[in-house]
Design a protein around this ligand. Structure first.
Ligand code: PLP
Length: 391
């Protein structure tokens, strides 16, 4: 009966037992049973149902995390979704589920910098080699595949430069070479892009961002297909991944309004982009200008765009860029994004990381804006007054 995901989100997770419209927060370490026989019965059920729902010890979660996993599995249209304490925990889980010493992995050059450090530096200590590929030239992906390649790790769009890639091409290269694929889909969320349906083996979302939507919780989700499920299940169990019930509850609560919030972020960002696109000093890093490769790649795969965008600003000196940023009144200075509020960051090397394929001239500077849920005309007026400082 319920066809639309928008309707499903409003009607799911009711607690008919307690007659409450929301599920209870079940906090537990120990689960108690009436007898040893009951424990064994539950354990047998858990073995027969590896996707969860049967608990003998709460390291594998409680009904509160299980409800969230079920909702996310439906949203992702995946085989299963695992949850972790942070989004980065899901990045870690995806990689360590399939990659082993001696393997090589291919990673999109513009990945989130901590992902870059994890793959380039930390994996090296396990004798795992990372090669970065150019998101706009997939020949650099194809030509670096060797018999040792185990995983292609994509982030779409790339952090800070917002590069959109040809996802079908990446999947087909991976399938041809029998290589696993993972994508960080935090920007679009499965509301706008469904990577598992597209053919990815694993899809990561930082639930800290749009899923929770209120800047008060951290979490991560890792959606998987059937093929990779047993490997991730084993790694999840053995590395002790567990999202707490209070955080799981807050993310479930945030999800009720995911569609409403994302649609508003999308509309507000479009209006801000329309305003910024008229400024000759600014190149928008957002799928707005129809003639760009990034726009074509976005249009091919996504049903909408979120509120996070980049600005490549041409300015003789960095001081005027800082003045512009520091003059914004409605944009908070702070990390993260995906909450209700607008945020700004001047991107320096420590955020961007050591990239191999980035053309940023000396007089070009990157600024990241998260367009929140405020009235877009207030945001545009604020940006307008701050831009007076840009020279
Ligand atoms: C694209 C992307 N992926 C993953 C993460 C990590 O998420 P978390 O901060 O929840 O660990 C972030 C955080 O900013 C991010 O921007």
């Amino acid at each position: 009966m319920v066809k639309s995901f928008k309707t499903f989100l409003k009607h799911t997770a009711k607690d008919f037992h307690n007659q409450s419209v929301n599920p209870p927060v079940v906090r537990a370490s120990t689960i108690i049973f009436k007898s040893m026989r009951e424990i064994r019965k539950m354990q047998n059920k858990a073995i027969k149902n590896p996707k969860g729902g049967y608990f003998d010890y709460a390291r594998t979660g409680t009904s509160t995390t299980y409800i969230l996993q079920k909702i996310l599995t439906k949203l992702e249209e995946s085989y299963h979704v695992f949850t972790t304490q942070t989004g980065f925990g899901s990045v870690f889980l995806a990689i360590f589920s399939v990659v082993r010493p001696g393997d090589e992995i291919l990673v999109a050059d513009p990945v989130y910098n901590p992902t870059r450090v994890l793959t380039e530096n930390y994996l090296k200590e396990f004798n795992i080699k990372t090669i970065f590929y150019d998101p706009h030239n997939l020949k650099t992906l194809q030509k670096n595949i060797t018999p040792k390649t185990k995983l292609i790790f994509v982030e779409n769009p790339g952090s800070n430069t917002f590069d959109f890639q040809d996802l079908n091409k990446i999947i087909s290269i991976a399938k041809k070479n029998k290589v696993y694929t993972a994508i960080d889909n935090t920007w679009g969320t499965p509301y706008y892009l469904k990577p598992i349906k597209l053919g990815f083996d694993m899809s990561i979302v930082s639930a800290t961002k749009y899923y929770s939507g209120h800047s008060d919780v951290m979490g991560g989700s890792l959606a998987v297909n059937k093929k990779v499920f047993p490997k991730v299940k084993f790694a999840e169990k053995i590395t002790g991944q567990r999202l707490g019930p209070d955080d799981a509850y807050l993310i479930t609560r945030g999800l009720r309004t995911l569609d409403v919030r994302l649609d508003r972020h999308n509309n507000n960002a479009k209006k801000v982009a329309a305003f910024l696109s008229k400024n000759k000093k600014i190149q928008l890093l957002y799928p707005y200008k129809k003639n760009s490769q990034n726009f074509r790649m976005w249009k091919k795969y996504y049903s909408g765009a979120s509120g996070l965008m980049g600005l490549k600003i041409k300015a003789q000196n960095v001081i005027s860029v800082r003045k512009f940023v520091n003059s914004l009144k409605l944009f908070g200075y702070g990390y993260s994004w995906g909450g209700f509020e607008s945020l700004v960051l001047h991107q320096e090397n420590k955020e961007i990381g050591k990239r191999k394929y980035m053309n940023l001239a000396k007089d070009e500077h990157l600024v990241r804006l998260h367009i929140g849920l405020e009235d877009s005309s207030d945001l545009i007026a604020d940006i307008k007054q701050a831009l007076k400082h840009l020279s």
